[in-house]
Write a protein that binds this ligand. Structure first.
Ligand code: 5RP
Length: 217
């Protein structure tokens, strides 16, 4: 039996096999991605550089000598590698446990292939046990909170946390997300919501769970 961290590392190492010479690689955020960045360091002379989804990952990339590039300067990316908090059988995800969901969503959208690297515990039949993060403009916090209650969720402000974009995070508890696509659309339409951590429209293309490529249902 491997530990959770060993499973994360195995997934990260498997994802390195998809990195090709000359690529600009999109890089996510979190403890699984940390293993990916460590592995990428050994390939740094073969790649053009990386686009980072957070200040935390930017610092790590630089620490390992990997060139960090601006998404605006490099255009569409061939590959994005990131973790997730939950992943359903259709590769729909909850992300944002680390608060980097907005930049993660931007890079996922800008990438041809999104490889999601997870440990086994992240695999779920139905999304929603992990509280769904939503990034909000600070002045809209209570408005968004009331709208979330109307949608059947329990909003909890991640007090004291400021995102890299200078915003706040609300985590939505007690959701059974039976229609992720509709919920993502509804949340996106609330004024003051910057992004929600549901990746139902732009799902992962490939999921690697504990080092194994997982089949999509
Ligand atoms: C950060 C994320 C992470 O990918 C997610 O929280 C998983 O993190 P970890 O790899 O540490 O389990 O979405 O915003």
């Amino acid at each position: 039996m491997s530990t959770v961290d060993e499973q994360k590392r195995a997934s990260a190492l498997k994802a390195l096999e998809f990195v090709e010479d000359g690529m600009v690689v999109g890089v996510g955020t979190g403890s699984t991605v940390r293993h990916f960045i460590e592995g990428l360091a050994a390939l740094q002379d073969r790649i053009e550089g990386a686009v980072s989804s957070s200040e935390q990952s930017t610092a790590l990339l630089k620490q390992h000598g990997i060139r960090v590039l601006d998404l605006n300067a490099v255009g569409p990316l061939a590959l994005y590698v990131d973790g997730a908090d939950e992943c359903d059988p259709f590769n729909r995800l909850i992300k944002g446990g680390g608060g980097a969901l907005t930049r993660e969503k931007i890079i996922a959208e800008a990438s041809e292939r999104f490889i999601c690297i997870i440990d086994k515990a992240k695999n779920v039949e139905l999304l929603g046990r992990f509280p769904l993060p939503v990034e909000v403009i600070p002045m809209a916090r209570s408005l968004v909170g009331r709208k979330i209650v109307a949608l059947g969720g329990q909003p909890v402000w991640r007090e004291g946390v400021l995102t890299d974009n200078g915003n706040w995070i609300i985590d939505i508890h007690h959701l059974r997300i039976v229609d992720p696509l509709t919920l993502e659309r509804e949340l996106n339409q609330i004024p003051g919501v910057v992004a929600c951590g549901l990746f139902a429209r732009r799902t992962a293309d490939t999921v690697i769970s504990a080092g194994e490529l997982r089949k999509k249902r």
